[in-house]
Design a protein around this ligand. Structure first.
Ligand SMILES: [Zn+2]
Ligand SMILES: [Zn+2]
Length: 347
């Protein structure tokens, strides 16, 4: 099969031919139809993820069709259209048994712990526990866009943030995660204030009906600007970028008893930011992480998509072929793209 592979961190990946994968006894092989390019792929390529063993094939948000199954797989068959959360659970640890596969103790992460989806085929272990069957009405690119950023945003806003209609949601950073959070917040009936440094990203936020947008380049005190715009602070606030300053703003712009959810990754030099813990105590703030979403929660999200309440297709930016994706991955740190970049493979 054709795959994007790198031999060393930070060294340009190449499109190469490697042997087709075969399924583990509890696994499947999926023909990849569409796969999103995410900042985590760039972090992985830079060597920021200790799970990756070289040589490596990246790619962790995708949709496709099952082409081979292991002998122990019961719930899926050849031909099924599926996707999978980027964190897949082992099925037998304490977290998996309590329904929290997104923090499994022995995670299977295609594109990190195992070879991923920037290839014609991807092998997935623990299939019965993690695969999600796709409705016919959701196309491959849209389904692929759910696997990482959209699902993580859904969990961040709905399950961790517990956002309700009429509340205020602040979203710091309007990339793929942030735009997803805006769309989900509006679908829940909340008011959304979106913050970014790029005027065109704020235009996108407005097109998704963000109630208020704040250009961070013109505001010296962003937490105050958010508190003013929301009549006292956001009920739920998300750092969708992953930076010590956006993390701090997201906590400081909360109203009393508000909930901060950290979704943007904090890696390398940013891994241990200063948290205003005095404010967390005095205002009884809640601080959460959000790390993917369990396969069993996909049903709620897919229903909101098929009913038209959520339209993740609007978040897809440029569409690429696998050969073009090498440049796209390497340039990710400098490319000011919009929404989710989608790699489409011949099905
Ligand atoms: Zn991702
Ligand atoms: Zn587990």
């Amino acid at each position: 099969m054709k795959a994007m592979l790198y031999e060393r961190f930070g060294e340009r990946p190449e499109i190469v031919t490697v042997p087709d994968p075969s399924p583990a006894p509890d696994g499947v092989v999926v023909k990849v139809h569409a796969t999103g390019l995410c900042r985590s792929d760039w972090h992985g390529w830079m060597g920021h993820d200790t799970d990756i063993r070289l040589p490596h094939v990246p790619g962790h948000e995708f949709a496709g069709a099952v082409v081979a199954i292991g002998r122990d797989v019961k719930r899926f068959k050849v031909g099924d259209r599926v996707t999978v959360p980027f964190v897949s659970g082992c099925g037998h640890c304490y977290e998996c048994r309590s329904g929290n596969q997104q923090v499994c103790e022995e995670q299977f992460q295609p594109g990190f712990t195992h070879w991923g989806s920037f290839a014609d085929y991807v092998a997935l272990d623990h299939a019965d526990q993690n695969l999600v069957t796709l409705p016919d009405s959701i196309d491959d690119a849209t389904a692929a866009s759910l696997g990482c950023r959209f699902a993580t945003s859904f969990r961040a806003v709905v399950d961790q943030g517990r956002l309700r209609g009429g509340e205020w949601l602040a979203v710091h950073g309007c990339g793929g995660v942030g735009l997803s959070a805006i769309m989900i917040g509006k679908a829940l009936g909340a008011n959304v204030v979106a913050i970014d440094i790029a005027a065109d990203k704020l235009d996108l936020a407005r097109s998704l009906c963000a109630t208020v947008t704040i250009d961070a380049t013109t505001q010296s005190d962003i937490p105050s600007a958010v508190r003013d715009a929301t009549g006292g602070g956001a009920h739920v606030s998300i750092d969708a970028l992953g930076h010590p300053s956006t993390c701090s703003h997201s906590i400081m712009n909360l109203r009393r008893r508000g909930r901060h959810v950290q979704v943007g990754l904090m890696l390398a030099d940013h891994a241990r930011p200063a948290i205003p813990m005095d404010r967390v105590i005095a205002h009884e703030l809640e601080i959460y992480g959000s790390h993917g979403m369990q396969a069993w929660r996909y049903g709620a999200m897919l229903e909101m998509i098929t009913s038209g309440l959520l339209d993740p297709k609007r978040l897809i930016g440029r569409r690429l072929e696998l050969d073009d994706a090498v440049d796209a991955l390497v340039d990710m740190d400098s490319f000011a793209g919009h929404g989710i970049s989608m790699i489409e493979l011949a099905s």
